[in-house]
Design a protein around this ligand. Structure first.
Ligand code: M6R
Length: 594
């Protein structure tokens, strides 16, 4: 995680570039923030805070004389969020200032060597080890930073995107990349880099994605890229800038805005993947899926829950399909001797656990389909095929519109396999159901007024309602900090019901006539044990006393409105608790470390 930015050359206002850039990246982490400016007199000016970019802003002059600059917003991995551990990190002799996104796995042994060589360290980060090893190599070898970086990269094990300022060359900005995202932007009078395009789009639209193993430097008008000492040709990549809008649009929080953008996103997907008569998916891709005997989904968090829905869709078609949490599969990859296709789902396209799986799959030369919201992300670049979610930027750490987009896209894809166009009508009416929920959100806010007092919340469901329960529970714990768990309705009595007392709330999803009776019985069992039950049903199954109901929607899509209600519910519970909804504690939006 962590976000990094850097610039060199004639930047109109360095403070503004770095601070606005970091603010746009703070969804990658917000434990601490910092910046280093380097001027033509070879003087560093470094500012750091434990806290957010807004706190940093208060410390930095509006105008700073600089020839180059780097900045960082941190999600702490090694070392607590303290000033000493905040980036930029300076090397002991002060030759280098650098910022890092990633994790160095062999930092302990490197630290030992540094201490033996007489280096003293101020903090506990793996980044301080990088800065000092780099300085050590530089001073020992023929004083060439590029050679020192090349050697450094041979020593480091782990992941890194590095932006490095060297005191004696204020007009150069060095960088190196392995397994953490890094993008360069070229413009007439300056060159820039960042963890993603957001901080850069105001300055340039000529992007270069730095690939693993690449390093080099930027100057005002030169971009030098190398790999193992050899020059690499620059390749420009495109971004859909319209979808990178970060405007709050009058909303108080991104989460609420993003929940309410969902119907728009579904419409956009309908336009993109159906031309009014036919589905527009790539024929080759559809054939691969038709011929596949075994579909394996890999994902994390909310994307994992969307994958469970996809798994169900393929199972209903009679195909063998399964879903793994990426971080589990990566350490025990399972390949079948059947014709196997992998589907990798990720909003950010940068989730380290998933990228690790993709590497394993690519090393076996197997087909992997990426479903992502982020064009030119690592997942996109390395996939056999990519399907874009078209959801627009998702800023709130809690994923909302991306989930609905993932499920919608999967429903379209599966329908396209057999040219089943009835899904189009169902998706149009789904949008009406969601609009109706938007209009009735006050009812959900009232429900939240009751729910927020509990310190244990269970969600239950059966079939696709169980998947909704899992996603609802993740949302609730993630942004409200209330302990929450999800269970298949039938499992409660096999153990978890022991936890129930009069301080427990149970929310049951009931959207399927097949399981209506069973799930209501499960809820009753909890009520009998003094738990407080709240049933979210579809109108056709609604009974007096239900907490909320939604209009009819096709059974295969009902997971979307059920989850939609739960997104509002978590949102309003968090509002009641007066916590930071968009940036919940301990989390970051883009999880680029394992
Ligand atoms: O970007 P991804 O979809 O790969 O992210 C996966 C999870 O980190 C993510 O869904 C996380 O669980 C969300 N914060 C949930 O709201």
């Amino acid at each position: 995680m962590c976000g990094i930015v850097g610039a060199v050359g004639k930047v109109k206002n360095y403070s503004k570039f770095v601070l606005d850039g970091l603010a746009s990246l703070d969804y990658r982490g917000y434990d601490s923030a910092g910046v280093s400016f380097l001027n033509n007199n070879q003087e560093f000016a470094c500012y750091k805070v434990v806290g957010t970019v807004d706190d940093l802003r208060k410390k930095i002059p509006n105008k700073v004389e600089a020839s180059s600059a780097i900045g960082h917003t941190r999600w702490a991995t090694h070392g607590q969020p303290t000033l000493n551990n905040a980036h930029p990190i300076s090397s002991m002799h002060g030759l280098f200032n650098l910022v890092h996104n990633g994790v160095i796995e062999n930092y302990r042994s490197l630290k030992k060597k540094l201490l033996e060589k007489g280096y003293t360290l101020k903090g506990e980060t793996d980044t301080e080890i990088i800065a000092n090893i780099l300085e050590y190599i530089y001073l020992k070898n023929p004083h060439d930073v590029l050679i020192a970086i090349e050697r450094l990269m041979k020593i480091l094990k782990g992941s890194y995107a590095l932006a490095i300022l060297f005191k004696e060359e204020p007009n150069k900005l060095y960088f190196a990349k392995k397994d953490s995202p890094l993008i360069i932007a070229e413009s007439e009078k300056a060159s820039y880099l960042a963890s993603d395009p957001l901080p850069l789009i105001k300055y340039s639209q000529k992007f270069i994605d730095v690939e693993d193993g690449e390093y080099g430097y930027l100057t005002k008008d030169v971009i030098r890229l190398l790999i193992n000492g050899k020059e690499v040709e620059k390749k420009y990549t495109e971004r859909n800038l319209q979808l990178l809008n970060k405007d709050l649009g009058g909303y108080s929080d991104y989460m609420l805005k993003e929940i309410e953008e969902t119907p728009q996103v579904i419409s956009r997907l309908l336009i993109k993947y159906f031309d009014g008569h036919n589905f527009t998916f790539d024929d080759y891709l559809l054939n691969e899926l038709r011929n596949a005997e075994h579909i394996t989904f890999l994902a994390c968090g909310t994307s994992y829950h969307a994958s469970l829905v996809g798994e169900r869709y393929f199972r209903l078609l009679g195909k063998r399909s399964e879903t793994f949490i990426a971080s589990e599969w990566a350490y025990e990859p399972i390949f079948s001797n059947k014709n196997q296709v992998f589907i990798l789902i990720s909003q950010s396209g940068e989730t380290a656990d998933l990228i690790k799986c993709q590497k394993i799959i690519n090393n076996r030369g197997m087909i992997n389909i990426a479903i992502t919201n982020t064009m030119a992300s690592t997942l996109d670049r390395e996939a056999t095929f990519t399907l874009y979610l078209e959801a627009g930027l998702e800023v709130a750490v809690a994923s909302t519109k991306a989930f609905s987009a993932q499920v919608t896209l999967l429903a379209l894809l599966v329908s396209a396999l057999f040219n089943n166009t009835s899904v189009i009508e169902s998706l149009h009416s789904l949008n009406n159901v969601l609009l109706n929920i938007i209009n009735r959100q006050e009812e959900i806010a009232d429900l939240a007024n009751e729910i927020y007092k509990y310190n244990l919340i269970f969600f239950i469901g059966r079939g696709s309602d169980y998947i909704a329960a899992k996603e609802a529970s993740l949302k609730m714990k993630e942004i409200t900090y209330i302990h929450s768990e999800a269970f298949p309705g039938g499992e409660l009595k096999h153990g978890p019901i022991a936890l129930v007392d009069n301080k427990t709330a149970l929310l049951a999803f009931d959207s399927d006539a097949k399981t209506d009776l069973a799930i209501r019985n499960n809820a009753k069992e909890v009520e009998t044990r003094r738990g407080h039950i709240y049933i979210i049903s579809i109108k056709e199954l609604a009974k007096e006393g239900d907490a909320f109901n939604v209009n009819f929607v096709s059974p295969n899509l009902s997971v979307i409105p059920m989850v939609y209600v739960s997104q509002y519910l978590a949102y309003y519970v968090a509002k009641n608790k007066k916590v930071n909804i968009d940036k919940p504690r301990n989390l970051a939006k883009s999880v680029t470390v394992e």
